[in-house]
Design a protein around this ligand. Structure first.
Ligand code: HEC
Length: 185
């Protein structure tokens, strides 16, 4: 076996290089041929969905910040600020208090999860912060790391994690925001 490999090493290397070049040529041909659909109104193929989810999960395993929110859940001012930031930047994709979203959200290839439907209280602060700070490539989820301050991101995290147990004045602000002109029921 090893003698065969030693005697034929040049042929084997050339064979591998040719196979790789053919594979690259086929991939290039497929990309340039126009058979890959760019249409956002199609269902996501299962293989694409699996690859995106699996690689995101694997990345997050080693990259999720372990930080905890420096802001406290009893700070009404921070919860109010978080609610305002969420309504202005996130709700038209991720849902208002009545779980409705916008036409924009409903037309995205990857439909944004309706955050308001879920209970986020048990999720790690750092994980929620990471999504807002970094965003997710090619999904519609923007990165806010350069457009919001750290404090503003923590205020949004505080609001999301406490959505189900808001003090009355913040609850009212959140409920009233659902009367938004962008909403599609
Ligand atoms: C234009 C639409 C859009 C906007 C605006 C948007 N997001 Fe997203 N967001 C998405 C999409 C799409 C995903 C799913 C990404 C994926 O496939 O992993 C997502 C994912 C997330 C997740 C992870 C949810 C989960 O279940 O894994 C969080 C948390 C999140 N967004 C928070 C926010 C916050 C907070 C804002 C506002 C500061 C925001 N997003 C603004 C589209 C949006």
């Amino acid at each position: 076996m090893f003698a065969f490999l030693r005697n034929n090493i040049a042929g084997i290397v050339i064979g591998i290089v040719v196979a790789v070049l053919i594979a690259l040529g086929v991939a290039y041909g497929v990309i340039c041929s126009g058979v890959i659909s760019p249409c956002a109104d199609e269902p996501i193929p299962p293989l694409e969905r699996w690859a995106a989810k699996t690689s995101l999960r694997a990345y997050l395993k080693t990259h999720t910040p372990q930080t905890t929110n420096p802001l406290k859940a009893d700070s009404v001012a921070d919860l109010k600020a978080g609610a305002t930031l969420y309504v202005n930047n996130c709700a038209f994709c991720h849902g208002y208090a009545n779980n409705s979203t916008s036409k924009t959200a409903n037309g995205l290839y990857r439909r944004p999860p309706v955050i308001a439907k879920e209970d986020w209280s048990e999720d790690a602060d750092g994980l929620v912060y990471w999504f807002i700070d970094k965003g997710v490539k090619l999904t519609g989820m923007p990165s806010y790391g350069k457009t919001l301050s750290e404090k503003e991101i923590w205020q949004i995290v505080l609001f999301i994690k406490n959505m189900r147990k808001l003090p009355p004045e913040v609850k009212q602000q959140w409920a009233e925001a659902a009367e938004h002109p962008l909403i599609q029921q």
